[in-house]
Design a protein around this ligand. Structure first.
Ligand code: ATP
Length: 236
């Protein structure tokens, strides 16, 4: 479904990605692991066109050069980013935040249906639909960020550190939702520092270090060799 071929990204003189190649198949849940600064978030930003490629290609469905689309074009193709730190709009209500997720869509009746579906999945957001986004708890903001992404009808979700700053109970709740979305057929590329929890839900994983893929394997294999590769990469 998605293929990155030799992707290079720089921030000024900082070389963040130095030739990333990876694939996410249709219906797959793939984890992107690695220590701080390895280039995980930059990989997601490159896919959603928030940073330009210096070299390489990003191809959707074997044919579409995603790296030539503007960011809203990527969303229109069903590739939707849930950024690190959630980045919801603090001054908008929960419901207004959800509507912003449908910015590429025109059919209001369909958008309303999807809003109801998001509220069914996240009853807490429904209870708080008139509350300002900035007043939600960390876990609720993460759910709002995922709910907002669902309003764009994603085929592929790019999730950046959904466990960040959440209590173990909330991490479990968020990962249950991620697992549900995957079972419903949404493909997912999941960036996580918490390798242990990511490998519980992922089918395959890539480990990044210094802007390069240093390891790629089925999650099952990485789970059984956790002590070996966690010592090697310094990950939990
Ligand atoms: P973390 O888990 O800490 O978020 P990461 O693996 O997501 O790390 P990135 O955020 O992709 O890593 O950063 C990759 C490299 O690019 C790092 O060396 C970082 O300092 C650098 N970098 C990221 N954003 C910028 C920026 N806006 N300007 C300059 N350098 C940046």
């Amino acid at each position: 479904m998605l293929e990155l071929k030799d992707v290079h990204v720089s921030y000024g003189s900082v070389r963040a990605l130095e030739g990333i190649s990876l694939q996410v198949g249709s219906g797959e849940l793939v984890a992107l692991l690695g220590p701080n600064g390895a280039g995980k978030s930059t990989t997601l930003r490159a896919i959603s066109r928030l940073v330009p490629l210096r070299r390489g290609a990003i191809v959707l469905d074997g044919a579409v050069p995603l790296h030539r689309d503007p960011p809203e074009g990527v969303v229109r193709r069903g590739v939707v980013h849930v950024p690190e730190g959630r980045q919801i709009f603090p001054e908008l209500t929960v419901e207004e935040n959800l509507w912003t997720g449908a910015f590429t869509r025109r059919h209001r009746a369909e958008i309303r249906q999807d809003l109801e579906a998001v509220y069914q999945r996240f009853p807490r957001l429904k209870e708080r639909r008139h509350q300002l986004g900035g007043t939600l708890s960390g876990g609720e903001q993460q759910m709002l960020a995922i709910g907002r992404a669902l309003m764009a009808r994603p085929r592929l979700l790019l999730l950046d550190e959904p466990s960040m700053g959440l209590s173990p109970r909330l991490v479990e709740e968020v990962f249950t939702i991620i697992g549900d979305l995957h079972r419903e057929g949404v493909s997912i590329l999941l960036v996580e520092q918490n390798a242990h929890i990511a490998l519980q839900v992922a089918g395959r994983a890539y480990v990044l270090e210094n802007g390069r893929v240093v390891l790629s394997a089925p999650a099952r294999e990485l789970r059984s060799r956790e002590e070996v590769w966690s010592a090697y990469t310094g990950l939990r």
